[in-house]
Design a protein around this ligand. Structure first.
Ligand code: UT7
Length: 327
């Protein structure tokens, strides 16, 4: 659907906590090996929160970096959306903490929970507000602190999860410019919810009443679903836009496991050198992985203005989605 305007990515930023959790340290916690983790996941170390850090800290720093990159000040922001599944508190939203800490006007600020596809869901929401002319600058952040919900006695999950944040400033551009968000799509299939979830800490089983507030995952099942839905999302966006696979400059998938990233590229017959991967030294920090990967590839000179990006994600829910963006 064409709107009045185009939603363009005016600024990008990210933030990673300084604490590193290496495979060698994980070897001390569970029965595993550095070699196994590297070959089965592509991860060597992950960035995790220090004792005094939480999601709103990462979100704030990433948001500030994105605003600086956009050349905008906090007063310019019209709406803040934070995609997260690990807020500092169940109440209030992280977005309100970010609004106050940045010193924005009393604009709208809310969290969006769509697990690892949260950032792309936020991008789709921001796109609608900007295209329709309701807002000029929407700040979207993907921020998570999975380490606080990771069971470090479970070798099937503790090898993957990490913390951090990334952000975009989505701003009004001209419809004819050809820049910005070209198409977005999101999907869900809640029948798979129990394959990746946190049993305790919610309204069904409040914290301290039996069920653990730690991630439980059927890794093998999620792996297969992830490859299928991310590949089909790329195909869907190509079909929707009439663009060809070889027009895509960079494929930026959710950083869940290097083998998932490779399998998606392989099933699409997409050149591996055009796939952005940052998982090796960061790990999987859920809704933060895509904006961090985009920011990393911009800073190291791979992604340039005008490049055609294909962003694609999946996560617990099951949720999945994608976006085609001319950066
Ligand atoms: O955004 C988050 C969404 N989550 C994901 O994307 C996770 C998707 N899944 C995965 O990344 C992978 O399934 C894992 C990395 C979690 C597991 O890798 P896998 O290649 O699928 O292993 P598996 O579960 O099929 O297990 C293979 C073997 C098993 O042993 P047996 O039964 O063959 O004797 C496991 O017990 O590997 C064993 N194993 C391990 N061995 C050493 C499982 N985890 C480990 C480990 N170290 N950490």
């Amino acid at each position: 659907m064409n709107g009045l305007y185009r939603a363009v990515i005016r600024g990008v930023g990210s933030y990673l906590p300084e604490t590193r959790l290496t495979n060698v340290e994980i070897e001390q916690m569970v029965e595993t090996s550095d070699e196994w983790i590297r070959t089965r996941t592509g991860i060597a170390e992950r960035r995790i929160a220090g004792p005094d850090e939480a999601t709103s800290d990462f979100a704030y720093f990433a948001a500030k970096a994105a605003l600086d990159d956009a050349g905008l000040s906090p007063e310019d922001v019209d709406l803040i959306i934070v995609a997260t599944e690990t807020p500092d508190y169940l109440l209030p939203p992280v977005a309100c903490q970010v609004q106050a800490r940045l010193g924005c006007r009393n604009i709208g600020a809310f969290d969006l929970h769509a697990t690892c596809a949260g950032f792309l869901s936020a991008l789709q929401v921001a796109e609608q507000f900007v295209k329709s002319g309701v807002h000029e600058h929407v700040l979207i952040v993907g921020a998570d602190t999975l380490s606080r919900f990771t069971d470090y006695t479970d070798r099937g999950t503790c090898i993957l999860f990490a913390d951090g944040a990334g952000a975009f400033v989505v701003s009004r551009g001209e419809e004819q410019s050809g820049e910005g968000v070209i198409a977005t799509t999101i999907h869900a299939d809640g029948t798979y919810f129990h394959n990746l979830y946190i049993p305790g800490g919610g309204s069904r089983t409040p914290y301290g009443e039996g069920a653990k507030a730690k991630i439980v995952m059927d890794g093998r099942k999620i792996f297969k679903l992830a490859v299928n839905v991310m590949a089909s999302t790329v195909e869907e966006l190509l079909e929707k836009t009439g663009r060809k696979k070889d027009e895509i400059d960079w494929l930026i998938p959710h950083q869940a496991n290097q083998r998932i990233i490779d399998a998606v590229a392989e099933s699409l017959d997409f050149p591996p050198e055009k796939v952005v991967s940052t998982i090796q030294n960061i790990g999987n920090n859920s809704s933060a992985t895509i904006p961090i990967a985009v920011d990393t590839a911009i800073r190291d000179g791979r992604i340039r203005r005008g490049d055609l990006l294909m962003l694609v994600a999946f996560g617990g829910g099951l949720v999945w989605g994608g976006a085609m963006v001319a950066y």
